[in-house]
Design a protein. Structure first.
Length: 162
């Protein structure tokens, strides 16, 4: 079976107590859901070891449930997704657990949102409500950097996050 989604996990080494200061960062790319589920233990381990998980809205974001307390999920949403539900889909369950900090990035610029293969093929499956979910996105470094700076300032402190 094909992987459900691709995501990048940024593992960050902390100095001191790990709550506020980061001394280094390593970015690791991982495709979650590969090998027909045989990779699940590795996927869970990668998510558990990550301080920050960056992924496009979809199945890859579910890996946030395997992350340690105080870790952060950065959910990137393609242009055209309705914030009325997309901004709540992963935020609310993570808030109920009060373990993983959620951050969202909405794509607003057309140049950062391109048709997927499915959309470009003019498939009958893709309609107005589904199309935004299927789009490819380009994440500018400036947007990601801004969020990583926020995450670094908060650290794993749940009080500072709220």
């Amino acid at each position: 079976a094909a992987p459900h989604a691709a995501a990048a996990a940024a593992a960050v080494g902390a100095s001191g107590d790990g709550a506020t200061a980061w001394s280094s960062a390593v970015c690791l790319a991982r495709v979650f859901g590969g090998a027909g589920g045989a990779e699940l233990p590795g996927d869970m381990g990668a998510a558990a070891a990550a301080d920050v998980l960056v992924c496009v809205h979809g199945a890859a974001c579910l890996n946030a449930y395997f992350m340690a307390n105080g870790s952060s999920l950065v959910e990137v949403r393609p242009r055209g997704m309705s914030p009325s539900w997309a901004n709540q889909y992963f935020l609310r369950p993570l808030q109920m657990e009060r373990a993983v900090h959620w951050y969202g990035i909405d794509t607003h610029n057309n140049s950062n949102s391109e048709p997927s293969t499915l959309e470009a093929s003019r498939s009958d499956i893709v309609h107005k409500q589904v199309m935004p979910r299927e789009r490819n996105v380009r994440l500018p470094w400036s947007a990601l950097r801004h969020h990583l700076e926020l995450i670094a300032a908060v650290g794993r402190d749940g009080g500072a996050y709220r």
